[in-house]
Every structure is written in structure tokens, then in C-alpha cells.
Design a protein around this ligand. Structure first.
Ligand code: FAD
Ligand code: FES
Length: 254
């Protein structure tokens, strides 16, 4: 897998999360909402700390600057969070399948549903939909008010928190129910923990296209390790880094 050395524009806090911005010339490899990169803080010999790069979704791409929104979980994200403007990170070109927007038009009504750090792809997707004049609502769910500060990075989201400290008390689906119901939407896009994605799949009306972005653990990001498989109907397993991470809900066998 080819890694590119990209110039860091800055790393800022967004509540409990971090936003890392880096220069990316999209002429050859264009970021799209739903796609991701494998990112690591440095090349050899520091690549051994940790050994594998980490998959992160595009949070935004604007004016030649790509950004990633991430939660520090372990060594990989900790190293990225320490980066400073003027330093470099190593990133791949955009990977995986983007959200499919081909059936949308100005009369579609669309809901974006993000849970926890799964909110990351929806700023970029929302700006994309705005450019296409597709009416859409963004619902962001968090465990508590501290994490919900990440909603400040989004354009007029509806926020839900499990502890009820900000916005709707409950899940992101409770917020949809309290805002007119899921039936008003002609397409659904969701990203978050698997139990949330399973709940969205269950709640989606049968005639509505529902696309889910899964976040399996990934080793290589290019289809060669089989570490990221998800079960699909009638076909066993597929690799979420190549065939996903965005899947039609009906395809997934869970
Ligand atoms: C396609 C894709 C897109 C992603 N986009 C984002 C994003 O935009 N922002 C973001 O913060 N994270 C995202 N993730 C998750 C992110 O890749 C992991 O949090 C990261 O790899 C953790 O690396 P680490 O070295 O910091 O932690 P590690 O030391 O590797 O792990 C720390 C803890 O995090 C857990 N963990 C690691 N990877 C995952 C995962 N994929 N899902 C759930 N738990 C995990 C581990 O089980 C462990 O408990 C994405 C994952 C995928 C597959
Ligand atoms: S991460 Fe290696 S095959 Fe998907």
C-alpha cells in the first residue's frame, strides 16, 4: 500500500475529539463522503509504533485540505493527536466505497444518523448534499454533553445524548422520532457502533434505501489481510475495506 507524506495544517480539539487537517491534492485521488484513509503519525522507523496505520473517515475536504475527526483510543490515534502544524503525517489515498448519492435529487428528503465518533463522515456528506440541493437533516447521538461538543463542527444538527444533558434524551433514533419520524425520509445514511446500525436497519421502512457505514477493525485497508470482514446475506463474508465500509443495510447479515 502506498503512503503519502502529507503536510499537517493543524490539530484542534473539538470537545473530547480531535480534528487533524492536512494538505491533500485531490487531482488524482479525490476524497468522497464515506471513504476513509489509513493514517499514521510517521514513516519508517517510527511506523513500528504502532506497526499498523489506522483507518479514519474523511470528516471534510475543502480547498485542498482534508480533515479527520477522531477519538483518541490507543497509540495510533494518540500519536496523530500530538501532531503540530508544519509536521507531516503518512496517509494513503482515499479508500473504500463512498456513500452512493446517485438516486438523490432536489425532491429527496434525507436523514444522516451518526452515533459517537461515527458522526465523523457527516459534515462532509452534509456539505456535499447542500451543494447538490438535496434537503437533509443531520442527527448526531452521543453518550453525554462533553462528547456532544463535537456537534459544534456540524451545520444545524439535531443532537441526542444518552444522559439527556444536551438535546433529546435518548438515542439518535429517539431524536428522529421526536422530529417527525423516520417515515418522512426517502433515504437514510448511518454510521456508528454496530448496535446503533442494527437499530437503524430495523427502523428503516422497507421501501427506503438505507446505507450503513461499518467500522470494523482493519489491518491493511487494501483487501489483503481479511481482518475486516462482515457477514453478508447469501455470500458468507466480504471485506469492509474494499467492498465497504458503506453497505446497503439489506446486504448485511445482521
Ligand atoms: C472505515 C473506518 C473508519 C473509521 N473512522 C473513524 C473516524 O473517523 N474517527 C475515529 O475516531 N475512529 C474511526 N474509526 C475507528 C478507528 O480506526 C480506531 O478507533 C483506531 O484504529 C484506534 O486506533 P488506536 O491505535 O488509537 O487504538 P488501539 O490501541 O488500536 O485500540 C484502542 C481501543 O479501541 C478499540 N478499537 C480499535 N479499532 C476499533 C474500531 N474500528 N472500532 C471500534 N473499536 C476499535 C480497540 O478494541 C481498543 O479497545 C474508523 C474505523 C474504520 C474501520
Ligand atoms: S483491513 Fe485487511 S482486508 Fe480489510
Amino acid at each position: 500500500m502506498k503512503f503519502y507524506e502529507a503536510g499537517v495544517e493543524g490539530v484542534e480539539r473539538l470537545g473530547e475529539y480531535h480534528v487533524l487537517r492536512y494538505r491533500w491534492d485531490a487531482e488524482e485521488h479525490s476524497p468522497e463522503p464515506g471513504r476513509f484513509v489509513m493514517a499514521r503519525a510517521a514513516g519508517f522507523p517510527a511506523t513500528l509504533d504502532p506497526f499498523l496505520a489506522r483507518p479514519l473517515s474523511f470528516y471534510d475536504y475543502n480547498g485542498g485540505v482534508a480533515s479527520l475527526l477522531f477519538e483518541v483510543r490507543g497509540r495510533g490515534t494518540e500519536n496523530l493527536a500530538r501532531k503540530k502544524a508544519g509536521e507531516t503525517v503518512e496517509v494513503t489515498a482515499p479508500l473504500g466505497r463512498a456513500f452512493d448519492l446517485s438516486e438523490l435529487n432536489e425532491t429527496s428528503r434525507v436523514a444522516l444518523l451518526g452515533g459517537g465518533i461515527g458522526v465523523a463522515p457527516f459534515r462532509f456528506l452534509s456539505r456535499h448534499l447542500a451543494r447538490l440541493n438535496v434537503p437533509h437533516d443531520t442527527y448526531l447521538g452521543f453518550a453525554d454533553g462533553e462528547l456532544a461538543k463535537a456537534a459544534d463542527g456540524f451545520d444545524t444538527p439535531t443532537v441526542a445524548t444518552m444522559d439527556g444533558s444536551v438535546g433529546f434524551g435518548g438515542t439518535v433514533l429517539d431524536a428522529v422520532a421526536g422530529s417527525g419520524g423516520i417515515e418522512q425520509y426517502g433515504a437514510l445514511y448511518a454510521c456508528g457502533p454496530n448496535p446503533m446500525l442494527a437499530a437503524v436497519k430495523l427502523a428503516a421502512p422497507p421501501d427506503v434505501r438505507c446505507q450503513l457505514s461499518v467500522e470494523e477493525r482493519m489491518g491493511c485497508g487494501n483487501g489483503s489481510c481479511n481482518g475486516c470482514v462482515v457477514p453478508v446475506k447469501h455470500r458468507g463474508y466480504v471485506r469492509s475495506c474494499v467492498e465497504g465500509p458503506v453497505f446497503d443495510a439489506g446486504v448485511l447479515a445482521w
